[in-house]
Ligand binder design. Structure first.
Ligand code: PLP
Length: 457
């Protein structure tokens, strides 16, 4: 019986075939497809000649190649929000409401642009709080800024297109352009933001520029009005696109929020990207693109090809969270909480690290940059993990070969009372590298301009 069963199974799976009067034999399709030893060798030879299966390697952002530090979640983790302050009760109530009310409509495919209610809420928010010129038809819901950038790249750029990137800049964005085989042109950032004149000098014909004008990542400078106008002028004359990544400008501490660059654009050259990672929480994976009106169909076509839209459940929850006022309340509370953390961090850096450290970019967001001479930031970051510190080495934000040394320090998820001790630990790690620590220099705010009619949300 076992032998008969085995024959029957192999026949059913197509390995054997039985012909009446001829018995059961190995299927002729298998014998025909089996290569002789010579063929196999010949194939292997050919493969070897043509190199590996993948002609082009894909690179991880360089800071992920570092040792163990990036796996931990110590003090100064960048991009982390204050989870304990999140209004979980409200959020859970809204989640429950939408679970209970699941309907055929809410379970079906949505418009790939995203939920209408959420897009309407975002349009109102962007017009009043960020000075963005938009209507609801231009807003596409995506899974965070990284996704927004991937869609934008596919919609607007071709392989080999030159793209300006801020130097130093956001390493995760660099990986998207590299994956799409764009030519990355690092353009230096100074205290006025991206140096447009240098960009034009280096590569006038770039097809796009990725910028973080409200709070440059990682140095934190604000792009001045004249640089903004210069950038828009270049884009209009050369037919290039400006991709504005406005990732954390809701939290501004010494003035009203800075108006978006998109609000100044009169020729529809700016694609504006925003995210809920900092103002709600990162695992939500929701963000949006404000697409220039004449490009909406192009972006939509890319979206149909990629994923047919973002998950709808949390879009509905988030729409209620914004419409019922919880979102603006949460931002207001967080702004004062992060402001306190930021002030304590700056004071602690001055007290503990002295002149050795120059602080920049503390006017907004949930991180600041500390530049330091005479250290190897990667080495320090690697060692710091043993002190439960999570440091992003500044040098990893540079594409070129002359990176500044220092760290990007997040203060979103560290409690105010833990900050002085964490900075003391940082000092201890640094002392192992270097002994002298003269008095601190804190860079003054560069420009502070407010959005016309901008309101704190
Ligand atoms: C420059 C920049 N853009 C965007 C983001 C947010 O990315 P996402 O929306 O994909 O979470 C971050 C997060 O730290 C960032 O630093």
């Amino acid at each position: 019986m076992p032998v008969l069963n085995a024959y029957a199974q192999l026949t059913a799976e197509g390995y054997f075939e039985s012909r009446v009067g001829a018995g059961t034999v190995v299927s002729s399709t298998i014998t025909a497809n089996t290569a002789s030893p010579q063929t196999t060798n010949a194939r292997q030879g050919k493969t070897a000649v043509h190199g590996s299966k993948f002609a082009k390697p894909i690179f991880l952002p360089s800071f992920l190649e570092l040792g163990t530090w990036q796996r931990s979640r110590g003090a100064f983790c960048v991009g982390q929000v204050s989870f304990e302050e999140f209004p979980f009760r409200v959020w859970n109530r809204l989640v429950t409401r939408h679970c209970r009310n699941a309907s055929e409509n809410s379970l079906n495919y949505e418009d790939p642009m995203g939920s209408r209610q959420l897009r309407e809420a975002i349009a109102v928010y962007l017009r009043t709080a960020r000075g963005v010129k938009c209507d609801v038809e231009q807003i596409m819901i995506v899974n965070g800024s990284q996704h927004a950038l991937a869609i934008t790249t596919r919609a607007l750029l071709s392989p080999n297109d030159p793209v300006w990137m801020e130097e130093p800049g956001y390493a995760f964005a660099r990986t998207i352009f590299a994956l799409h085989n764009c030519r990355i042109m690092p353009v230096p950032v100074d205290s006025d933001g991206l140096n447009v004149a240098l960009g034009i000098q280096q590569c006038r014909k770039a097809r796009a520029a990725l910028v973080t004008p409200s709070h440059q990542y990682p140095l934190g400078v604000t792009m001045t009005a004249s640089r903004r106008l210069q950038l828009l002028d270049w884009a209009e004359r050369s037919g290039a696109w400006i991709i504005e990544d406005d990732y954390d400008s809701e939290y501004r501490y010494e003035s009203m929020p800075i108006a978006s660059l998109q609000g100044l654009d009169r020729h529809s050259r700016v694609v504006y990207i925003g995210t809920f990672s900092k103002v709600v929480f990162p695992s939500l994976r929701l963000g949006y693109i404000v697409v220039p009106s004449d490009l909406v169909n192009r972006f939509l076509a890319v979206r149909f090809a990629m994923d047919l839209g973002s998950g709808t459940f949390h879009q509905a929850v988030l729409a209620d969270f914004i419409r019922e006022g919880h979102f603006s309340r949460h931002i207001r509370r967080m702004r004062s909480l992060y402001s306190e953390r930021r002030n304590i961090l700056i004071e602690s850096i001055q007290d503990e690290l002295g002149r050795q450290a120059e602080v920049t970019g503390a006017q907004a967001g949930m991180h600041l940059a500390v530049t330091m001479d005479g250290i190897s930031d990667r080495e320090v970051a690697d060692r710091a993990v043993h002190q439960e510190l999570w440091l992003v080495p500044l040098s990893t934000s540079y594409a070129g070969s002359h990176p500044k040394q220092g760290f990007v320090l997040g203060f979103g998820s560290i409690r105010a009372r833990d900050i002085p001790a964490a900075v003391r630990s940082l000092r201890a790690v640094l002392t192992a590298n270097r002994r002298k620590t003269p008095a601190a220099r804190v860079a003054t705010t560069n420009i502070v301009r407010t959005a016309p009619n901008a309101k704190y949300v």
